[in-house]
Design a protein around this ligand. Structure first.
Ligand code: SAM
Length: 253
């Protein structure tokens, strides 16, 4: 006698029903798809590279000749070359002015004055007034301090970024009338119109600067040297100690 067959069940225990087999449905072909298909059939390697493509290929070093291969590589390689090149240019433009002083005959790097040094400068200049110039004014701290004490204060600075920074800060602090800045080479600047000259330089430049100031300054001028004294002039006052020492001179008296 034939045994009754157990009906097949699915996972949830109900009798399995035959599942409908999905028919393959092709989406209606759009105009663009048809055009692309025709193009691909006619030229499976893609259109030939034009001259610009070859030039870019040469610059970027992307080695594929098939357009379908090189297009994404070319774009990303071009982008990465541009971003690396752009960053290098930006870094050079930003840092160059801070590095180039080292290449000059007299290397005068940017080292800002300490708070004690700035105080010592104005202690030495107590009782003085009129115009004041800081030659190599850096971020402008001596010029601002001069302006706040009533001097017509001016900064001469070679580094354009420091000049811009000092000018913007003077404006923000409402000092832009009494604290002015110019991008200038101190060796090319005429210093004869200043009543008070401040220099925070380096030892090697002091003999040459002494000679320049001797030629240009008037009898009423005062000079304050920070950290390094002049080699021949006799100071009329010395304020502070160590790296904050400043020397006051009346060169023409
Ligand atoms: C030691 S820092 C003094 C900065 C500022 N006077 C202070 O006390 O904070 C010297 C400055 O002189 C600038 N400098 C270097 N050579 C220069 C030149 N030939 N003419 C004008 N400024 C120069 C540098 O860029 C730097 O900012």
């Amino acid at each position: 006698m034939a045994m009754p067959q157990r009906p097949q069940t699915n996972d949830i225990g109900s009798p399995a029903l035959p599942l409908p087999i999905p028919k393959e449905v092709s989406p209606p072909a759009c105009d663009d798809c048809q055009r692309l298909q025709t193009e691909m059939a006619a030229n499976p390697g893609g259109p030939k590279m034009n001259t610009t493509g070859w030039i870019l290929l040469g610059i970027t070093g992307v080695g594929s000749t098939k357009r379908t291969d090189y297009t994404p590589d070319l774009a990303s390689s071009l982008l990465s070359h541009l971003s690396i090149g752009g960053s290098a240019v930006a870094l050079t433009v930003l840092c160059g002015p801070f590095v180039t002083p080292a290449l000059r005959k007299v290397c005068l790097p940017y080292v800002p004055a300490t708070t004690a040094q700035v105080e010592n400068v104005f202690t030495a200049l107590k009782g003085r007034s009129g115009s004041l110039v800081d030659i190599g004014s850096g971020d402008g701290r001596i010029v601002y301090a001069g302006a706040q004490r009533g001097f017509r204060a001016h900064g001469i600075e070679l580094n354009p970024w420091l000049v811009l920074f000092a000018q913007l800060r003077a404006r923000r602090w409402g000092l832009n009338r009494s604290a002015t800045f110019a991008r200038q080479d101190l060796w090319q600047s005429d210093l004869r119109h200043f009543d008070n000259v401040v220099i925070f330089g380096v030892q090697e430049m002091m003999p040459q600067l002494e000679a320049k100031l001797d030629r240009e300054l008037s009898v009423k001028s005062c000079v304050v040297a920070c950290r390094f004294p002049f080699p021949n002039w006799k100071p009329i006052n010395v304020v502070g100690e160590g790296i904050d020492t400043v020397w006051l001179y009346r060169p023409k008296t």
